[in-house]
Ligand binder design. Structure first.
Ligand code: AMP
Ligand code: MG
Length: 405
């Protein structure tokens, strides 16, 4: 599926709208940072050569001339044989080349005793030492988060070029489906998938376009598909299996959507279909809520991340220990919902009791999807398996900093 998903064009957005987006165009430093030599500590700016001999028992005494503090213009030059009072972030006076920290001095009226030597450049943040003007700060494919926002803000850069966010249409099918809050007559259920998948799309950073559910009728599904194809990607839900009322394949064909593949050897999610309309990706996920969410996370989300500009969109499983033994029918890779916790230096996964594909409570609190290999019928407690951490990742009641308290 991945080759069908390419990043869209770029757009220029404000820094605060760029969070979670991927950089489309290299960003370079506008100026040196720090913009001027400044002190890293509170203390005294000196000429290092004049305090060379300072040490325990033989202080060097200098007159204090002037003061430099953060936020005020550059002080005048440091006169030879003197020290300048200086504070963190304050510009170094010309002529000074080192700072003696306050803790290594003793103030006596308008003079200061230097108790420790301070070699050249000591405690000085040199102009451009962190970022030099013109240096590449961000490259295409870098994801914008708090650190990147801080860096760009420090450079007075308020807009960046990021990849456009694709619009993803969500089209549910089924005579039984009703919108949230609608009266549920006999045989009706709430279209819960469209809400769950809208949220999954929102979390990914794409633009969800939830459409009204289409009933199980060929002409109505076709009309809804034509509407859905106005978006950049189409995801249909339900009606993609082999039942008498599963019209999605026929509707695809009638609208001119070309089949790619149908059915995947995974559980849940076997009937997933992939197709394209004039290059535009169309994915049919099964209607079963667990199948819809799991196939979305495992197969669709990586494609959408690629489309958002992520150069490494694949989920990365970690090794985890199974808490309990598990028996299953081999043949398909099984993707099991689990709660992952950290125990010592390991991740332990407890599979949810109800792995049936219809159980919605089995998604509450899930923070891992465990990949059980297709050829194994029995997995022993303590066996290593691959798990994709999901949602917020690992949680614990203990803090890793407890020992520092
Ligand atoms: P289908 O894939 O259409 O055969 O549907 C499989 C099962 O999932 C059926 O029990 C449907 O009622 C249910 N289902 C289908 N679509 C949705 C949906 N959008 N929200 C909640 N359940 C659904
Ligand atoms: Mg159906």
């Amino acid at each position: 599926m991945l080759p069908a998903f390419e990043p869209l064009g770029e757009e220029r957005v404000h820094l605060l709208e760029a969070s979670g987006r991927y950089i489309a165009r290299e960003v370079r430093a506008v100026f040196d940072s720090p913009p001027f030599d400044n002190s890293a500590m509170d203390g005294y700016a000196v000429r290092s050569s004049e305090v060379e001999s300072a040490g325990p028992g033989h202080a060097v005494e200098l007159p204090v001339r002037g003061e430099s503090r953060a936020g005020v213009p550059l002080p005048g030059p440091l006169e030879p044989g003197a020290a300048c009072r200086i504070f963190t972030g304050a510009p170094m006076p010309p002529g000074a080349d080192a700072v003696v920290i306050q803790e290594d001095t003793e103030r006596v009226g308008d003079r200061v005793k230097i108790l420790e030597a301070s070699p050249r450049s000591k405690h000085v943040r040199a102009q451009g030492s962190d970022v030099s003007r013109g240096a590449v700060l961000l490259r295409p494919g870098d994801r914008v988060g708090p650190g990147e926002i801080g860096l760009l803000a420090s450079q007075n850069i308020d807009h960046v070029e990021v990849y456009r966010r694709p619009e993803v249409a969500l089209l549910s099918t089924g005579d039984e489906l009703r919108a949230l809050g609608e009266a549920l007559g006999p045989g009706a259920i709430v279209n819960s998938n469209v809400y769950a998948l809208t949220e999954m799309l929102r979390c990914l950073g794409v633009i969800p376009v939830p459409l009204p559910a289409a009933p199980d009728s060929l002409p109505e599904i076709e009309a809804a598909l034509r509407k859905a194809l106005e978006s950049d990607v189409v995801i249909t839900m339900g009606g993609v299996s082999v039942g008498a009322y599963d019209f999605v394949h026929q509707a695809f064909a009638n609208v001119g959507i070309e089949p790619g593949f149908w059915k995947v050897r995974i559980k849940p999610g076997k009937p997933l279909a992939f197709a394209r309309f004039e290059g535009k990706p169309v994915v049919g996920v099964p209607g079963n809520p667990i199948s819809a969410m799991v196939t979305f996370e495992i197969l669709v989300a990586p494609c959408l991340r690629k489309m958002l500009g992520d150069p490494r969109p694949h989920p990365q499983p970690v090794l985890a220990r199974l808490q309990d033994s598990y028996r299953r029918r081999p043949g398909r890779v099984e993707i099991a919902r689990a709660v992952a916790t950290r125990e010592g230096n390991e991740i332990v996964v407890a599979l949810h009791d109800r792995q049936g594909s219809g159980s919605l409570p089995s998604f509450v609190g899930v923070n891992a999807l465990v990949l059980l290999p297709s050829d194994k019928a029995e997995l022993a407690a303590g066996e290593l398996v691959e798990a994709i951490l999901w949602g917020g990742g690992l949680t614990s009641e203990r803090s890793p900093f407890d020992s520092l308290a």
